[in-house]
Design a protein around this ligand. Sequence first.
Ligand code: DGJ
Length: 335
Amino acid sequence: MKGTSFFLLSLILIVFYSCGSSKTIRSGEIWTDTDQNTINAHGGGILYHNGTYYWYGEYKNDSTYHAPGVEWDCYRTEAGGVACYSSKNLQSWKFEGIVLKPDMTDPTSDIHPSMVIERPKVIYNDKTKKFVMWMHIDNYNYSKAAAGVAISDSPTGNFQYLHSLRPGGEESRDMTLFKDEDGKAYHIYSTKGNSTLFFHLLSDDYLTHTGIYRAAFSGKYREAPAIFKRQNKYYLITSGCSGWDPNEAEYAIADSILGEWKTMGNPCIGENANKSFGGQSTFAISVDPKKDKYIIMFDRWNKLDLIDSRYIWLPINFHPEGISIEWKPEWSFKK
Ligand code: DGJ
């Protein structure tokens, strides 16, 4: 009898684990959370903290319209704040709520629904024990071009919005954050009419800019920065500037964040590579650097119905000459 029970238990475990490992990433499809609701976290970024992944992103409202009086392709939704989802495995996501809530009452607030809250990213400050969120804050026609900052004691909020600013008086639009192994953190943002990208060292508490920065890709009009570190080299993936429409990605490598950035070309290969598979970079996840497991997150924007924008997550491949990203309709972390 004991042998039969052991056999049955083994069978159950094998079935359980093989089902678990067969969960796949299907880019471009509707992704749902553990409550079966559509995940609403666009232009997002991931924080890994104490064994849990937290995915922060723009919480889009169901209200896409063309901003009145704006000549360019300025589709927008009312800003819904920043959503957070948590996961142990990057596949099954629990909705933690809107962790930075919009200010519904004050029309002059940066986070009023009439404003733009985009590309939120969160890092943890080991010294202050605060979770620090930076985000792109703009007005309806994107002329404010500022960076907003919020803090929280917990990764799941509530985040307290502090203020917005233009770092060193310069514009700041598409952005990301990077916390290095030495605890130094950088705000990376498109500036000067999106023509240039700044890598700006943040203060020790991550709440202000130090004035120490590197300007890169001047005149190249790069946005949507996603950065990661591998074997002491830094990699940056960006998009060109074409509003919500996809364009060709480009990547660059540097030995130090504030050093020279060497442009390497389009990392995407295969069909639709010149349009980044219909997506635009937002964040690179360092899943297991020792095993070269990195994921690039793209948004596939639906400019006429922004809440229906989808997610494209693909593994980054490493070669002696650089990196490549190829489309995979379905893949698993285990492979
Ligand atoms: C391109 C940016 O990458 C997006 O985050 C958003 O700001 C759109 N432009 C708005 O057109």
